[in-house]
Design a protein around this ligand. Structure first.
Ligand code: ATP
Ligand code: MG
Length: 177
């Protein structure tokens, strides 16, 4: 078996501390360095233009990058639209998985779709269990549920010890976005 077609793992980065998304982006960089095919789908919470979205334009050949959804906020003017876009984004992710074109797929902030009951946790577990056997699947977001944790191979909880936000320091380019 080559490095690229070993058993794929499911990884979850969860918890309240910072570092879930950035650790996943680190994996994408690491995998791309091995000529693995990577797809990143960000299920956005807000409308920020992130550094990764800009930088990844230079890695389009190795890393297929998509930002989906309209932001998960219950203050949104049209909740039905938020739900519809969230479900469409999840369908898009499942199609990417079924296409079997990638060695690693990162579903960034997927847990929010479950938390806000846009999709069920069972649907996520099915997605994990039915994926192509060689695919590494990386899921990030706070409050990962017990069922998806049980279905995963590697789960890390980022625990906040200190965050500059508590001192009133605003989100900083290159650190937060
Ligand atoms: P990052 O994208 O920096 O790796 P994350 O994915 O772990 O962070 P999220 O829960 O997705 O964190 O939150 C995204 C944003 O909230 C980031 O700008 C991050 O710096 C910030 N953030 C994360 N943890 C905290 C915290 N404990 N207090 C305040 N802000 C936080
Ligand atoms: Mg994140």
């Amino acid at each position: 078996m080559t490095e690229k077609n070993k058993k794929g793992l499911t990884l979850i980065n969860t918890g309240n501390g910072k570092g879930k998304t950035t650790a996943a982006l680190g994996l994408a960089l690491r995998a791309a360095g091995h000529d693995m095919r990577v797809c990143i789908i960000q299920f956005i919470k807000g409308g920020w233009q992130t550094g990764e979205a800009i930088a990844l334009k230079q890695f389009q050949k190795q890393i297929d990058f998509h930002v989906m959804g309209s932001g998960f906020t219950w203050q949104a003017a049209n909740l039905d639209e938020v739900i519809r876009q969230g479900r469409d984004a999840f369908d898009f992710a499942r199609k990417k998985i079924a296409d079997n074109m990638y060695d690693m797929i990162i579903l960034d902030e997927l847990t929010y779709l479950v938390k806000y009951e846009i999709i069920t946790e069972n649907a996520v577990v099915e997605m994990i269990n039915n994926r192509p056997s060689g695919l590494h699947l990386v899921i990030t977001g706070r409050d990962a549920g017990e069922k998806m944790i049980a279905a995963a191979d590697l789960v890390t909880e980022m625990r906040e010890i200190k965050h500059p936000f508590a001192q009133g320091i605003k989100a900083c380019a290159g650190i937060e976005f």
